[in-house]
Design a protein around this ligand. Structure first.
Ligand SMILES: [Fe+2]
Ligand SMILES: [Fe+2]
Length: 190
């Protein structure tokens, strides 16, 4: 955790002309995080459609439950702050589920490798956001930091389920990370 990291007093403090305003910045954060948690819920739904009784199903269900909590909170924030959700929700609905089913069809270890790859990207993404939020957004920052801790725990859980022993781990992990970064980029903007 980066609880001790220095935080700016004000969100978007020191912004330059042309940089997003504080409201724009926070709106983008909520939009992309809502999209990401939505995608996470869909990935686990896809994995569970394939993996019914295998070892690891219990862990997947527990992780999925957390993602539903994360999604519910960002959904609440979308309403409260009147954020326009990403227009790409229908895409993440399909793509998330597809990624979940495909990785699960490759086996439980590949399903876990999917979690490791995504959580590594999301953990960085949340750290990056938390570092930009000032004391004027302390509550949102605490939420993001708490979720970051959950995502790190998911990564560890997936590693404990032998994610790294998935066939083609490096290739799979690299492809999923690239896809996740692209999804973040798109969901921030569209
Ligand atoms: Fe999450
Ligand atoms: Fe997670």
């Amino acid at each position: 955790m980066n609880d001790d990291a220095p935080h700016p007093k004000l969100t978007a403090e020191g912004r330059l002309p042309g940089d997003p305003t504080k409201d724009e910045l926070v709106e983008r954060m909520i939009r992309v995080d809502h999209a990401g948690e939505y995608g996470a819920v869909r990935i686990y739904a896809g994995q569970r459609a394939v993996l019914r009784r295998s070892a690891g199903v219990h862990a997947i269900d527990e992780m999925a439950e957390k993602e539903r909590e994360h999604l519910a909170e960002f959904g609440r924030l979308v309403g409260e702050r009147r954020v326009r959700p990403t227009a790409l929700i229908p895409l993440w609905h399909v793509a998330g589920f597809a990624l979940g089913t495909v990785t699960a069809m490759m086996g439980t270890r590949a399903a876990m490798a999917c979690t490791v790859a995504i959580e590594e990207v999301i953990e960085e993404h949340y750290a990056d956001q938390a570092a930009k939020l000032g004391d004027d957004e302390a509550e949102l920052r605490e939420t993001i930091e708490a979720y970051r801790a959950d995502e790190i725990a998911h990564r560890e859980e997936a590693l404990a389920h032998e994610a790294e022993r998935a066939p083609g781990y490096k290739l799979l992990s690299g492809a999923i990370k690239t896809g996740s970064r692209l999804a973040i980029w798109l969901s921030t903007r569209i």
